[in-house]
Design a protein around this ligand. Structure first.
Ligand code: ATR
Length: 285
């Protein structure tokens, strides 16, 4: 690093679990960038103050993780349409005029990972199913609607949350009862688990994959383990499976490009590097 190094980081509370420093650190070294990416533990009561100081400290920008992604919607100077619709900011860019621009790269990361893992999938291949209706489901729903899926089926344990998502997102979204989660897999092109079920320490997603068509793409946002029991069962039923690590890696690329001026690539070497020694979680920054 020189005195002119560009500085970015991830703000969270806690932040020690975040894989982002390891991920951006790999790219910084690989592309020989004069820069640094830091874990920044900031409690909620200090978040607004810390955001205001980013331009004064000459920082290029930050990623946000729990619990700051929603708070940031009101705390930055401008957000784009995708952050507004997802209802969360995960990437902030400090602009030349010192203002803060907030976006959300989860939808782009999801689609990039899907295209990389299942190149034959196309939005018009058929209906898509989302299992879960939390923050991750919302980002993926926005991605799939923008891509042009003809029908999006959402199934969630708490049906009111799925209805709220459907009401916010509009027409091709249909809400289904949790008890019908196995039946609605029939004749679909894509199924995504957005819940934490299947993660190490959590029960598996209890669903019958027998009704999946051969060739349906099945993705899990859980990446610890990389192959969840749901993905194992889906593969046995003839599905094409995509694990959740790629979404985390791909969502990081736009921020890196904006802060450090290099468009980074998601490679098998990056996957191996990020996985070494990692602990936990779902596809969160
Ligand atoms: P995230 O932002 O990571 O999506 P979240 O907003 O807490 O996290 O959402 C978690 C999702 O996992 C929700 O869809 C949740 O269902 P509820 O809305 O009914 O809570 C789902 N989930 C978590 N544990 C679950 C379980 N044991 N059975 C079924 N769904 C579960």
């Amino acid at each position: 690093m020189t005195g002119a190094a560009k500085i970015a980081g991830v703000i969270g509370w806690p932040v020690a679990h975040s894989l982002s420093p390891r991920l951006h650190g790999y790219w910084l070294a690989h592309y020989n960038v004069d820069g640094a990416y830091l874990p920044l533990p900031v409690p909620p009561e200090s978040f607004a103050e810390v955001l205001c100081l980013l331009p004064a400290m000459g920082m290029a920008g930050v990623n946000l993780t729990i619990p700051h992604k929603q708070t940031a919607l009101e705390a930055v100077d401008e957000i784009d349409d995708v952050a507004k619709r997802i209802g969360a900011v995960n990437t902030i860019i400090v602009r030349d005029d010192k203002s803060l621009f907030g976006t959300n790269t989860d939808a782009r990361g999801f689609l990039a990972n899907l295209k990389a893992g299942a190149p034959a999938w196309a939005a018009d291949s058929g209906p898509a199913v989302l299992i879960g209706a939390g923050g991750a489901a919302r980002a993926i729903a926005v991605a799939l609607l923008d891509a042009g899926v003809p029908e999006l089926r959402i199934v969630n344990r708490t049906v009111a949350r799925a209805t709220e998502l459907a009401d916010a997102l509009g027409d091709p979204v249909k809400v289904h009862r949790w008890d019908d989660r196995s039946e609605i897999l029939a004749e679909t092109a894509l199924v995504v688990n957005t819940t934490s079920l299947g993660m190490i320490g959590q029960p598996a997603l209890d669903i019958d994959t027998g009704g999946l068509s051969v060739g349906t793409v099945v993705m899990d946002i859980v990446y610890s383990p990389l192959e969840t029991p749901f993905l194992t069962a889906a593969r046995a039923a003839g599905a094409v499976t995509v694990d959740g690590l790629g979404m985390l890696l791909h969502q990081a690329a736009p921020g890196f490009a904006a802060w450090f001026g290099v468009e980074p690539e998601v490679t098998p070497e990056l996957r191996t590097h990020v996985l070494a020694d990692h602990v936990s979680e779902t596809g969160d920054t």
